[in-house]
Design a protein around this ligand. Structure first.
Ligand SMILES: Nc1ncnc2c1ncn2[C@@H]1O[C@H](COP(=O)(O)OP(=O)(O)OP(=O)(O)O)[C@@H](O)[C@H]1O
Length: 277
């Protein structure tokens, strides 16, 4: 990653290491359980997601991390046979039991997927479309928002002279940053990221990881990652999921540094040391 590209970010200084001083819950998850066609895949999950912090979710394949993430903006509504119970408290509302406008909810809680999924349209249209869908009618305002979002993800300098070309012609890392810009353009409060670097080459992955770090303090981020080193580098808080009797459970949650350096549960210790999982 070149220094020039990194310096084109506009999100300010990176702050590393220390967890947020005064953690304030942004999402409160209480006794969450998910089943697919009556088969329970996740149960008894309770934790707070803190405002302005990055929370990393780790654990072996199949223990329910993606399913958990998908409940937070009700994407599970679109999973056939999914049943979700418990409570997810967000801004005075219970997202599972109160009436919720899911379009508005997903504007406030955006999702980034493992594989970059830009629309097969121009770079510009990728960002204009969600703004139009959410009622931003003023062309000048849309232009300013689009430019800012591209600057926020460090893409502006790379694409400003080819905004009308296809987003699919971008590299994988650029596509993923465009997808992050597409979420940021709607000014979300929370970003859910499902293994956002795992489909990228190491250099692109490093650029996206740096971007995630720069989002800290400005957005609440929940990231699922199999890359334990990455979780340690970016997260303030970490949650470790594990399967017990074929059901995913949250085994341990806490400050990232504590979880990695002094885990309380022996399963966490075994997983992060590579002895299990
Ligand atoms: N749409 C679905 N329909 C039925 N079962 C599902 C669905 N999505 C996930 N599952 C099941 O739920 C369980 C948890 O899957 P999930 O993808 O959440 O795990 P994960 O920890 O994110 O795994 P990975 O790290 O491999 O992505 C698995 O047994 C999976 O087969």
């Amino acid at each position: 990653m070149s220094r020039k590209k990194a310096s084109s970010y506009t999100l300010g200084e990176i702050k590393q290491g220390t967890p947020c001083c005064v953690p304030e819950p942004h999402l409160q998850i209480q006794d969450l359980a998910v089943s697919y066609s009556r088969k329970t895949v996740l149960s008894q999950v309770s934790l707070d997601i803190y405002k302005g912090c990055i929370t990393a979710l780790i654990g072996p394949s199949g223990c329910g991390k993606t399913t958990f993430l998908s409940t937070l903006n009700r994407l599970t509504d679109h999973h056939e046979g999914a049943r979700v119970s418990g409570k997810i408290l967000f801004d005075g509302q219970d997202l599972l039991n109160d009436p919720v406008d899911t379009l508005k909810l997903r504007r406030r809680i955006g999702m980034i997927f493992q594989k970059p999924n830009p629309f097969p349209l121009s770079i510009w249209r990728n960002l204009e479309l969600p703004l139009k869908e959410h009622g931003v009618r003023d062309h000048g305002l849309r232009r300013r928002k689009i430019e800012q979002a591209l600057k926020d993800v460090g893409l502006w300098d790379e694409v400003f002279d080819r905004l009308e070309t296809s987003a699919l012609a971008l590299s994988g890392g650029q596509q993923q940053r465009l997808c992050i810009a597409r979420a940021l353009v709607l000014k979300p409060e929370i970003l859910l990221m499902d293994e956002p670097c795992s489909a990228l080459d190491p250099l692109s992955s490093a650029v996206v990881e740096e971007l995630i770090l720069r989002l800290r303090d400005r957005y609440t981020v929940v990231i699922v990652t199999h890359n334990l080193a990455q979780a340690r580098r970016v997260a303030n808080y970490a949650g470790f999921f594990w399967m017990t009797e074929r059901v995913g459970k949250l085994i341990e949650f806490g400050q990232c540094q504590h979880l990695f350096e002094a885990p309380i549960h022996e399963l966490t210790a075994a997983y992060i040391s590579g002895a299990r999982g």
